[in-house]
Design a protein around this ligand. Structure first.
Ligand code: FAD
Length: 106
């Protein structure tokens, strides 16, 4: 079975990088593609307990694909839900773009 920690770190890098390069003003097609991608991702993620919880989370908190900032913030909140579950510190979602797109200012 895959290493759940290494898989998680690589996957968060992929997902937050998708958010970082998602358009500020996406077309309806781009929004539909991102929504489909996230739905399929949550079914195919190869850590089954993780996938189950993540699918449940997505039922409560629908993916926000209206803009880069909306998706980046939604994803940060989803990641924080997993952080809480694992007893890891929460991340300040006001700073997701600094971490994943523009680089830290300090
Ligand atoms: P990670 O949580 O992997 O984070 C990587 C980096 O992202 C951090 O160093 C930090 O710089 C940044 N970061 C942290 N929080 C945020 C945030 N909220 N927003 C933006 N950036 C942030 N593991 C389990 O054991 N059980 C599970 O049920 C589980 N579910 C998961 C569900 C999904 C969808 C994913 C992608 C992963 C899941 N994992 C789960 C793995 C887990 O989230 C971690 O990836 C893993 O434990 C390694 O943690 P880490 O401390 O290296 O940092």
């Amino acid at each position: 079975p895959p290493d759940v920690e290494a898989l998680g770190r690589s996957t968060w890098t992929l997902l937050h990088s998708i958010a970082a390069t998602y358009p500020p003003a996406p077309t309806p097609r781009e929004q539909a593609d991102l929504t489909s991608f996230m739905r399929l991702f949550s079914k195919l993620y190869p850590c089954w307990v993780c996938a189950e919880d993540f699918q449940r989370y997505m039922e409560k908190r629908e993916v926000r694909a209206q803009s880069r900032d909306a998706f980046g913030t939604w994803l940060c909140e989803a990641h924080n839900e997993v952080n809480r579950k694992l007893g890891k510190p929460e991340f300040d979602c006001g700073r997701w773009e600094e971490r994943w797109r523009t680089g830290w200012k300090d």
